[in-house]
Design a protein around this ligand. Structure first.
Ligand code: F0G
Length: 358
């Protein structure tokens, strides 16, 4: 029964972590090669920060370029199992890209609600390319999510936002992979926070793996919101969230309580980083590590720099920063980095001169 879904040479999240997921005999083992993402050791920033081993988990290497694929594969498989024919989500872009791709792969219809004018071009391109119906809501993500809930409460369409419990089940597998790679839990996990599902899912994964005897300890969860969209830090919803990191431009996170529980149970923090700090980290990541994450992803590294500046000693600590999505999704932000593109005629000497070897 599962054979038609098992064409990939990679196991994917459903088969690799089958024993940890709500899978039944009737669940199709959908796989587009999600998961098994690289854990890359820092080459330069670790020394600059004076911290213990620093790793970047490249969730940007998932099939649609973000961590969303881990949860989407579970949500879509369960929707098929339940006989659904269509999926719907509200999204700042990555969830909609994943929903559109997995729906296309599984011959489901996808409807995606995105905040008008506030979604990175690459993400919109993905939804369009995969044939999803794109609906631009003249409001922000939080308003789009309210509409998504209302529609799916009323009509037989599967909601594939992280309110769908299968999403977080899939996303927790990233924590398993970190432990599988390192042999044990890191001391700190740095992660961007938007709708707060991912930090909730990671915490669940770390706790579960320890309970099953796969790890000896749990990490401190260090979550970072953008300063203009920091409801959990402020302790109240933000009506008009603003930040360059459009993925986390969220004022009333659905998993608010889960994020607070992860923070409190782990002895961690949820703090804010400014757009300037995010963009500095974004460039450092790209230019000193060779890792092109999208701006929201850089909030994790910006948070590490901030905590380090505030005097937290990471000297002997193993740290993992989650790079949640690919920089390719947001070319506008990359192209805003000041740079000079030299134009030359088709002449050897002109190129030599431009390079400085004339
Ligand atoms: N990083 C990226 C690249 C994201 O796309 C998101 C969320 C987050 C971090 C934050 O994760 O919401 O679980 O706290 N993107 C959602 C979306 C909201 O619609 O694609 P979170």
């Amino acid at each position: 029964m599962a054979s038609s879904w098992a064409a990939s040479d990679r196991l994917g999240v459903l088969r690799r972590y089958r024993d940890y997921l709500p899978i039944t005999e009737a669940t199709p083992l959908v796989c587009m090669g999600e998961g098994e993402t690289p854990l890359v050791r820092s080459q330069r920033l670790e020394a600059r920060l004076g911290c213990g081993p620093l790793y970047f988990k490249l969730e940007s290497c998932n099939p649609t370029g973000s961590f969303k694929d881990r949860g989407m594969v579970v949500a879509v498989a369960k929707a098929i199992e339940e006989g659904q024919k269509a999926v719907l989500c509200a999204s700042t872009g990555n969830t909609s890209a994943a929903a559109a791709a997995y729906a296309a792969h599984c011959d489901l219809r996808a409807h995606v609600l995105v905040p008008k004018g506030n979604i990175a071009q690459g993400k919109l391109a993905q939804a369009v390319a995969h044939g999803a119906q794109v609906i631009a809501v003249d409001g922000n993500f939080d308003q789009a999510l309210s509409l998504a809930r209302a529609i799916t409460d009323k009509h037989p369409i599967a909601l594939v936002n992280s309110l769908n419990p299968y999403r977080l089940e899939g996303q927790k597998t990233a924590a398993f992979e970190i432990i599988d790679h390192l042999g044990d839990t890191p001391n700190y996990l740095f992660i961007p926070v938007g709708n707060a599902g991912n930090i909730t899912a990671y915490w669940r994964g770390f706790v579960e793996y320890q309970q099953r005897g796969k790890a000896t300890k749990r990490p401190r969860m260090m979550g970072f919101q953008a300063e203009g969209a920091a409801p959990i830090v402020l302790g109240r919803p933000v009506e008009k969230p603003v930040t360059v990191a459009t993925a986390i431009r969220i004022g009333n996170p659905a998993s608010w309580k889960g994020a607070e529980a992860a923070r409190d149970a782990s002895g961690g923090v949820i703090e804010a980083v400014s757009d300037e700090e995010i963009l500095t980290a974004y460039r450092l990541l790209a230019q000193e590590e060779g890792i092109f994450g999208e701006p929201a992803s850089a909030a994790s590294l910006a948070g590490l720099f901030k905590m380090s500046r505030q005097g937290l000693d990471f000297g002997n600590s193993t740290i993992v920063c989650i790079i949640t999505g690919s920089g390719l999704k947001d070319p506008e932000t990359a192209m805003a980095i000041p740079t000079e593109v030299r134009e030359v005629p088709v002449e050897l000497t002109a190129v030599e001169k431009a390079i400085g070897v004339a």
